[in-house]
Design a binder for this molecule. Structure first.
Ligand SMILES: NC(=O)c1ccc[n+]([C@@H]2O[C@H](COP(=O)([O-])OP(=O)(O)OC[C@H]3O[C@@H](n4cnc5c(N)ncnc54)[C@H](OP(=O)(O)O)[C@@H]3O)[C@@H](O)[C@H]2O)c1
Length: 272
């Protein structure tokens, strides 16, 4: 079972690009709403702020699931474990719940960084380990390196992008998926079909898009600085999209809208 299938962890709260007071307030709101899974990364520069915000919010540590990610520039042998030790200290944690490799080395070999990840796991620095932005070939390759299948591949996942191949590889390899840019950073709002379906369900277009992701079997990461959106993004378990509605939403993938391209992120591999 995926680590994100436990309790409320399926609906994660993302923290990019929040820092300082804005992050603290968003975390306070998210905890009040009911979120207990939080997503950060060394790259975001907010692990210390998140660690402080969670401590100050007073939520019992064993109720919380923190995912963080090793920066691509820390994949060298001499940098990897010290960077994880800093993450542990910044997050005020004895162990990282889910430790990910943030990006693969473009199309380069994945074995060296996976072996470092496995070492972090063996040393007890992380309870679960996984990756982000892996292609299907990399997902398959990971099975030959790791002692056990990775806990997650966190990928861009929203209705405007066809990720059927990655979903199929998830089923084949036993590596669960989690989403990022789940609302395509607002691009989904250009497509009226989400609002039309939302009218039938009494839900907003954002809630329909997030529900679609959950019904695809993918754990969610959403981010908002507004309490009403933080609440809305959590309130998506009390309705169901019909198979016909799921198919209608699937047609939006023809937009082929991807945020994480090589032009935006220099580490991006050639996508499936
Ligand atoms: N692994 C990776 O490489 C990677 C890459 C990118 C992101 N991530 C993670 O995934 C998380 C989520 O992705 P994201 O934040 O980039 O993209 P996103 O969830 O698609 O979009 C966030 C934007 O949507 C708005 N929004 C949120 N809920 C809304 C709602 N219900 N109605 C209308 N607007 C809404 C927010 O604005 P308001 O604040 O105004 O609500 C925010 O500007 C990040 O925070 C980060 O933790 C991971």
């Amino acid at each position: 079972m995926s680590v994100y299938e436990v309790g409320v962890f399926q609906r994660g709260f993302g923290t990019f690009p929040l820092r300082g007071g804005v992050l603290t307030q968003a975390i306070r709101d998210a905890i009040e709403v009911g979120y207990r899974a939080f997503d950060t990364a060394q790259w975001y520069g907010n692990e210390a702020d998140l660690g402080a915000a969670l401590t100050n919010a007073g939520v019992p540590r064993d109720e919380v699931l923190i995912t963080t990610k090793v920066h691509p520039d820390n994949m060298a042998t001499e940098l990897f474990l010290p960077s994880v030790e800093k993450s542990l200290s910044d997050l005020r944690a004895d162990v990282i719940d889910v430790l990910l490799l943030h990006w693969p080395p473009n199309n380069g070999p994945v074995e060296p960084s996976l072996e470092l990840l496995q070492e972090a796991h063996r040393r007890g620095y992380a309870r679960h380990v996984g990756v982000s932005n892996y292609t299907t070939a990399m997902m398959r390759k990971s099975l030959t390196v790791m002692d056990e299948p990775l806990a997650v591949n966190q990928v861009e996942f929203h209705p405007l992008l066809d990720q059927a191949t990655v979903l199929a590889a998830s089923a084949e390899t036993g590596i669960p998926l989690a989403s990022y840019c789940s609302l395509a950073r607002g691009e989904i709002f250009k497509y009226p079909v989400l609002g039309e379906i939302g009218e039938r369900c009494g839900k907003t277009p954002a809630q329909v898009a997030l529900r679609w992701i959950l019904q695809k079997g993918v754990a969610l990461n959403t981010m908002s600085t507004r309490k009403e959106n933080i609440q809305a993004n959590f309130d998506i378990l009390d309705f169901q999209l019909t198979p016909d509605e799921m198919r209608k939403i699937e047609t939006l993938a023809s937009a082929n809208f991807r945020i994480s391209n090589i032009t935006v992120v220099p580490y991006a591999p050639t996508w499936d």
